[in-house]
Ligand binder design. Structure first.
Ligand SMILES: N#Cc1c(N)n[nH]c1N1CCCC1
Length: 328
């Protein structure tokens, strides 16, 4: 079978939310190819933590079965996190259904999740080896769904300030231009990881990031790469400054930002449109804008939603590869 759901940008493309049916209840969740836990806001949480959220009501599902003794605890790179207990239930994502999916039921969530009332949890789509359930690690929705999918794939079609889609089991060739290009994924760290050692701004001399690796991460808003690439990129932007106050590089909102090409697995170069690198204004007048490409102090680069807004991306769990092509 296949399944397709909308991916709706929230608060200026900070995140994308998709409807998921769990035991007959529909919640808007954040699909995250950078983690591997499916967890939800639910009726076990304190009233305070539930405020503003749509929660999964554990009493209302006819099919929820609690997993005795199972717990989870996850923390993300931005310091946020959640923890709780675990059950299994039927999960339907746009028609792709798993009858016994591990549902991680938060009994504690960090402040940033409580404050983000648009999101009621996450669907982890990285590799199951990163799943945090103990004592028995659980599989992701994609791993569980794969045997019944027409093709062992899911795709991310994320758009700038527009509704896109996640699809399971098929690659909709009408959604991208040209031929999709593929690269091998290294699953050792549990991410959709590939080498990314070369960058090019416009038709300038390519820049090298020796040993550079990257992950394709729908759960991260920006595109995080080496400081060397960030500095070289914004050297082309008049008025760009690294503003510690704001927390990264800003530039005049009316800047003409150049495209940025990046290496995917040593197999091909993919392009991020300059217009997609203008992320958001930092001042009320809309004079100064925050860059979508920012520095990370690690050689594991994180290609988040800024990259997905320029590239239609296919994740192949059958042969552990990643495909990219410019959106239609
Ligand atoms: N930090 C971080 C992060 C990441 N690298 N992938 N997904 C993340 N989050 C999902 C929800 C909160 C953060």
């Amino acid at each position: 079978g296949t399944g397709k759901v909308t991916a709706t940008p929230i608060n200026g493309d900070v995140e994308y939310l998709s409807p998921v049916n769990i035991g007959g209840q529909t919640l808007n969740l954040d699909f995250d190819s950078g983690s591997s836990d499916l967890w939800v806001f639910n009726s076990q949480l304190s009233t305070a933590s539930q405020t503003g959220h749509t929660v999964f009501n554990v009493a209302k599902s006819q099919t929820l079965q609690m997993m005795t003794g199972a717990t989870y605890s996850i923390s993300y790179g931005d310091g946020s996190g959640s923890a709780g207990n675990v059950g299994t239930d039927t999960v339907n994502i746009g028609g792709a259904t798993v009858t016994s999916q591990a549902i991680e039921l938060a009994t504690a969530v960090s402040a940033s999740f409580v404050e983000d009332t648009a999101s009621n949890g996450l669907v982890g789509l990285a590799f199951s080896k990163l799943n945090t359930v103990k004592p028995t690690q659980q599989k992701t929705f994609f791993d569980n769904a794969m045997p019944n999918l027409a093709e062992p794939v899911f795709t991310a079609d994320l758009r700038s300030n527009a509704v896109g889609a996640y699809e399971f089991g098929a690659i909709d060739t009408s959604k991208f231009n040209g031929t999709m290009q593929w690269a091998a994924v290294n699953t050792t760290n549990g991410f959709w990881q590939f080498s990314s050692e070369k960058f090019q701004v416009g038709d300038a001399t390519p820049m090298a990031v020796p040993g550079g690796q990257a992950i394709a991460d729908t759960g991260t808003t920006l595109m995080l790469t080496s400081a060397a690439v960030v500095n070289a990129y914004y050297a082309n932007v008049q008025g760009a400054v690294n503003d510690q106050q704001v927390g990264g590089v800003t530039f005049p909102c009316n800047s003409q930002l150049p495209d940025l090409q990046f290496d995917v697995g040593g197999s091909f170069m993919a392009n991020v449109k300059g217009s997609d690198i203008n992320f958001a204004p930092v001042d009320n007048a809309g004079t100064t804008c925050f860059g979508g490409v920012q520095a990370i102090q690690s050689n594991l680069q994180i290609y988040g939603d800024i990259m997905f807004k320029s590239q239609f991306v296919a994740f192949n769990g059958g042969n552990n590869s990643i495909g990219m092509a410019p959106h239609q």
